[in-house]
Ligand binder design. Structure first.
Ligand SMILES: Nc1nc2c(ncn2[C@@H]2O[C@H](COP(=O)(O)OP(=O)(O)OP(=O)(O)O)[C@@H](O)[C@H]2O)c(=O)[nH]1
Ligand SMILES: [Mg+2]
Length: 282
């Protein structure tokens, strides 16, 4: 019936994946979109700041409808001394908020800079999935390729504390552009994943056995019980005897291990440490 068809449509609409494409001016965001859409629906120019506002584009990826958000990079105004980085980040955050997964696009010739890391941090803090795209790969000589990837990967681990899927493309030549969307779908699926409590607690036993928390003033820190409390991003509550004493680095270890065991790269995992609620304790 018509009603059934409408219901279907609205439920499909509500889960339609929204992907924000973020990157500094001129990295090739619009070229990438044009390459995906295989027609010049967007204005592409070698002048930074061509696209003024963010644009939502419907895209059919192998029968799956996706919304792509193209965000303009922020152009430095001549003779204006202001905080370019914060303006860039601010603008990008608007698009990040409306998305599920963020594509952070880099110009391979320029690599990854502080602004890029700030964007990635904002995406991760916002609980969004993230992937990094190294565009203009056609301009990188064979000898520099592995060095560049290694550097970006190292920045992910040391600055973002999250391994992020990193895809090399040439938007201009239409090289591997579809792979980027495949990766986004993978990340999006993983963002929604629910892990059974039994699996989680088995993981916890192993994780603590592999690497236990150091004693705090001679007292053992006990990780007692873990349960998933949310998805998109996946969030967990971990009951512990003294949550306030848990090392930041230990918490990071648990989050990373949890991520590696159950989720895709680029999925931010949240861990909430809680004190066990013992009704007989004072
Ligand atoms: N060699 C090479 N050039 C590229 C590639 N992708 C984009 N470009 C060029 O880079 C320039 C900027 O591309 P745009 O797509 O307009 O960049 P943008 O990120 O949308 O820029 P803004 O909208 O201004 O933020 C253009 O001259 C493109 O032709 C690529 O893969 N390889
Ligand atoms: Mg553009």
């Amino acid at each position: 019936s018509v009603k059934h068809w409408d219901d279907n449509k609205s439920s499909n609409e509500s889960i339609r994946l929204r992907i924000a494409i973020i990157g500094r001016p001129n990295v090739g965001k619009s070229t990438f979109l044009n390459s995906l859409l295989a027609e010049n629906r967007l204005i592409v120019s070698s002048k930074p700041g061509t696209t003024r506002d963010s644009v939502d584009i419907s895209y059919d990826h192998n029968g799956k409808l996706i919304t792509l958000i193209d965000t303009a990079g922020i152009r430095r105004k001549a003779n204006v001394v202001d905080n370019l980085e914060s303006r860039f980040v601010e603008k990008s955050i608007e698009s990040i908020k409306r998305s599920h997964v963020v594509i952070l696009m880099l110009d391979s010739l320029l690599g990854i800079e502080q602004q890029d890391l700030s964007i990635a941090e904002a995406a991760i803090k916002g609980g969004k999935g993230i992937i990094i795209v190294l565009n203009k790969w056609d301009l990188i000589g064979k000898d520099d390729r592995s060095k560049l990837i290694k550097f970006v990967k190292q920045q992910e681990v040391t600055r973002l504390f999250l391994e992020v899927p990193t895809v090399t493309i040439s938007a201009l030549k239409g090289m591997r552009c579809g792979d980027v969307i495949d990766k986004c779908l993978e990340v999006s699926e993983s963002l929604n994943k629910k892990i059974s409590t039994a699996k989680l607690n088995n993981w916890l036993i192993d994780a603590v056995e592999k690497h236990s928390h150091p004693l705090i003033k001679g007292r053992a820190i006990k990780m007692k019980y873990i349960a998933q409390i949310g998805t998109k991003p996946p969030a967990f509550s971990l009951v512990c005897n003294v949550p306030e004493s848990v090392d930041e680095s230990y918490k990071r270890y648990l989050i990373n291990d949890l991520r590696k065991n159950f989720f895709a790269e680029g999925v931010p995992v949240r861990l909430l440490l809680k004190k066990n609620k013992n009704p007989y304790a004072k």
